[in-house]
Design a protein around this ligand. Sequence first.
Ligand SMILES: NC(=O)c1ccc[n+]([C@@H]2O[C@H](COP(=O)([O-])OP(=O)(O)OC[C@H]3O[C@@H](n4cnc5c(N)ncnc54)[C@H](OP(=O)(O)O)[C@@H]3O)[C@@H](O)[C@H]2O)c1
Length: 340
Amino acid sequence: MGYRVVVAGATGNVGREMLNILAERQFPVDEIAVLASRRSLGTEVTFGDKTLKTKDLDTFDFTGWDIALFAIGSDATKKYAPKAASEGCIVIDNSSLYRYDPDVPLIVPEVNPEAIMDYSKKNIIANPNCSTAQMVVALKPLHDRTPIKRVVVSTYQAVSGAGKEGADELWDQTKSIYNPVDDKPAKKFTKQIAFNVIPHIDSFMEDGTTKEEWKMMVETKKIVDPSIKVTATCVRVPVFVGHCEAINIEFEDFLDEDEARDILRQAPGVMVIDKREDGGYVSPIECVGEYATFISRIRQDSTIDNGLNMWCVSDNLRKGAALNAVQIAETLGTRVLKKG
Ligand SMILES: NC(=O)c1ccc[n+]([C@@H]2O[C@H](COP(=O)([O-])OP(=O)(O)OC[C@H]3O[C@@H](n4cnc5c(N)ncnc54)[C@H](OP(=O)(O)O)[C@@H]3O)[C@@H](O)[C@H]2O)c1
């Protein structure tokens, strides 16, 4: 016997990818419901070799459904996640709404799977921010070897992280630059994204940090260790899929770059591609459709006592969202629900 699974936001970037990954990983699904807003009622989406029609989330009854994977943004989540949870369905949510709630576990299964047991406090589990998820997969095995004191990270984030409207804006704007009569001014992003980079993701906070940067700091503490200090600069780049991060780590004790490379080679969810030659590293194009978080350019930082630098690349729609959500569902299955 398998699970009755709901995918809410099934017409979106993350929702479609969750359906692909549930099928690819042969998650034990007995029945699946695909939901979106009323405006896309009946839209066809693919699940394995099946074509399914979306239903209206607003009128859906979650009673008798085991797991709901949500990817609908914080506003709609606020309305529908408590309803689903109170109807007995466990929600795995991709929005930021519940990530900082002490009664909601925030999980990256390679890092803190044991936190899953706290799901029952609200019947809700949170999925981290895309840039946090890939970073903590790389930090945790190194932190287990010698504690991390501080992380300085700069991100290069793909437009699909801003939903399907973000991806459409890069596509349309790029075309319009070759055909200037069809002007496409910035709408989803704050400046032109085609042939440009924008050092601003999510809203500004009082101290000048952006919310995206704050999320990386707070979520790393919740998932890995509250003692790790993180400072981030998050940048949107004209790439469709695949987030990159230049990560500088300061450890309590010396960690040799070769040992770090070996630790990361053994780490779950990590793939090390690190040759010191032309092309001997991963760029976003190569990570699309992959499960792994790729680590390249591992090298000592000789400007501090115990420092390392690395380059981290992952498919933001997969490890950064849909894959991690499905891995949480798998963890819930094996540790708690035990069906299938
Ligand atoms: N993209 C990423 O890399 C990423 C990473 C981590 C987390 N997330 C989070 O995942 C969520 C979804 O992101 P996305 O990139 O998939 O966005 P998206 O491509 O814009 O898709 C949004 C989805 O939510 C649905 N939706 C929106 N408002 C709704 C409502 N009131 N009722 C029912 N359905 C509604 C949309 O349905 P319609 O088609 O009917 O409008 C669509 O299916 C967001 O919370 C985002 O922050 C995204």
